[in-house]
Design a protein around this ligand. Structure first.
Ligand code: BTN
Length: 228
């Protein structure tokens, strides 16, 4: 796999799209981003010291209904990377990786679809390693503050790239979910309801137990609060 290292870029997700016509897998890493993109149209703070990378992958026969596997693979790769540095990370379904209930990493996936299939995916991963988190200290956490050994961004990057090239199994994703059997607040537009999370299905939907029985929830429709 070709790996490109940049000092600065607006967004590795945006930059890597120029390689879509090549049909060749590629990784782009940047030391900092000036226009880091988050989910739901938000921006992603990307000061030097963090790890910002995007993976462009092409598929021959990958159905869009299985798209959640891409997210699961990225999130597990980050958890395994944290474990390499002595840190127990957990996944906040669907796409955040937390340590001590604070955000260590965000993942933004953009898929290129053709009919029912995914032709290519861009997996953007941003990890707080030793970047300045001023203003975010209550909600975000850096790997360097919790690691049991010395680390550099380059070191963490290389571990992550190695894990991204391994195969993972869906039960690994489920094993890293931090809030199974815990009470959470399900936010669906204006509606807020308490629920106990029972499982995550391979299609990415969440199985929760509510006062009126079991329900299947989709990430596109709801968000969760864990501190209830
Ligand atoms: C989120 O938590 O909202 C997702 C954040 C994803 C950030 C990464 S950093 C590398 C890649 N480039 C971007 O512009 N965004 C992703």
């Amino acid at each position: 796999m070709t790996i490109e290292y940049l000092e600065e870029v607006d967004s590795t997700n945006v930059y890597i799209k120029q390689y879509l016509p090549t049909a060749k897998d590629r990784i782009v890493c940047a030391k900092r981003q000036t226009g880091g993109k988050g989910t739901k149209g938000r921006s992603f703070l990307s000061h030097e010291g963090g790890l910002y990378l995007s993976v462009l992958r092409f598929y021959n026969d990958f159905f869009a209904k299985d798209a959640f596997q891409i997210m699961a693979h990225a999130a597990v790769s980050v958890c395994k990377t944290a474990a390499d540095f002595g840190v127990k990370a957990q996944i906040k379904w669907p796409n955040d990786v937390l340590v001590e209930d604070k955000k260590l990493c965000g993942i933004l996936i953009e898929n290129v679809l053709k009919g029912e299939k995914i032709e290519a995916s861009i997996v953007g991963i941003g990890v707080n390693v030793n970047n300045d988190l001023t203003g975010l200290n209550d909600i975000a956490i850096r790997l360097c503050d919790v690691a049991s050994c010395e680390l550099t961004v380059e070191n963490v990057r290389d571990h992550l790239i190695a894990h991204l090239q391994e195969e993972i199994y869906f039960n690994e994703y489920v094993s890293y979910i931090g809030f199974l059997n815990r009470q959470v607040l399900v936010i669906e537009g204006e509606k807020k309801q308490l629920a106990v999370v029972r499982s995550v299905r391979e299609d990415g939907n969440l199985e929760v137990e509510m006062s009126n029985g079991m329900k299947i929830l989709s990430a596109a429709e709801i968000s969760l609060r864990l501190d209830v």
